[in-house]
Ligand binder design. Structure first.
Ligand code: FMN
Length: 198
């Protein structure tokens, strides 16, 4: 299978970037093809311009960076998105990626306010990281908010078959080596669980 991995973290030494590397390596070991869009190292421009508000057409030629990302999504069987929760949401660079790349006419169409998915047939995996422990996120309603806004409102609404949302909670910096190793094992197991047979 062809996998696109989209990852957003400013520090290459972060758990988030470590998880993305381990996940890609495990997918390759399992016989899959991977391509990674590392939004910070690509210096992805997250700011949606006024011209990008109009439907794709003569007045809205798609920008080269958006076109490139859309090409990778169309070529992929699976899109995996790996990011820390910042204010329970995505880092701004990833939110801007969604704003610009998951454009109307590409990821969805809208008719009288009703959304029609355009990326059906593709699978997705979400991997997130938080400082807060999962019981706190659940008790406060925060985890439900994350799932409604990100799993459902973005990825499922665009038509992705969301196979798994794997979350790493209670992540503090610096992370003890033994905990980091457990996390690497967990992400490799996630790749194997979902894509064990290439
Ligand atoms: C701007 C910012 C906002 C954050 N907001 C949250 C939050 O809302 N909830 C939470 O549990 N952790 C929050 N965190 C903590 C990050 O999720 C934490 O840094 C991350 O889990 C550590 O993983 P990393 O090594 O990949 O950065 C925030 C961190 C930053 C920098």
């Amino acid at each position: 299978m062809k996998h696109l991995i989209v990852v957003a973290h400013p520090s290459e030494r972060s758990l988030t970037m470590g998880l993305a590397s381990a996940y890609a390596a495990e997918l390759k070991r399992l016989g899959h093809k991977t391509h990674t869009l590392d939004l910070y190292r690509m210096n992805f421009n997250p700011v949606l311009a006024e011209a990008e508000l109009s439907p794709i057409g003569p007045n809205h030629p798609v920008a080269a960076d958006v076109l490139n990302a859309q090409k990778h999504i169309l070529e992929a069987d699976v899109v995996s998105v790996i990011y820390p929760l910042w204010w329970l949401s995505m880092p701004a660079i990833l939110k801007g990626f969604v704003d610009r790349v998951f454009a109307r006419g590409f990821a969805y169409d809208s008719d009288h306010g009703l959304i029609h998915p355009l990326l059906s047939g593709r699978k997705a995996v979400l991997v997130t990281v938080s400082g807060a422990p999962m019981p706190t996120l659940i008790q406060s309603g925060s985890w439900n908010a994350v799932q409604v806004l990100q799993d459902v409102h973005i990825f499922r609404a665009a038509g992705f078959d969301l196979l798994e949302h794997l979350h790493f909670d209670s992540v503090t910096t610096p992370l003890p080596e033994s905990v980091a190793l457990q996390h690497m094992t967990r992400i490799r197991t996630c790749a194997e669980r979902n894509f064990g047979v290439a």
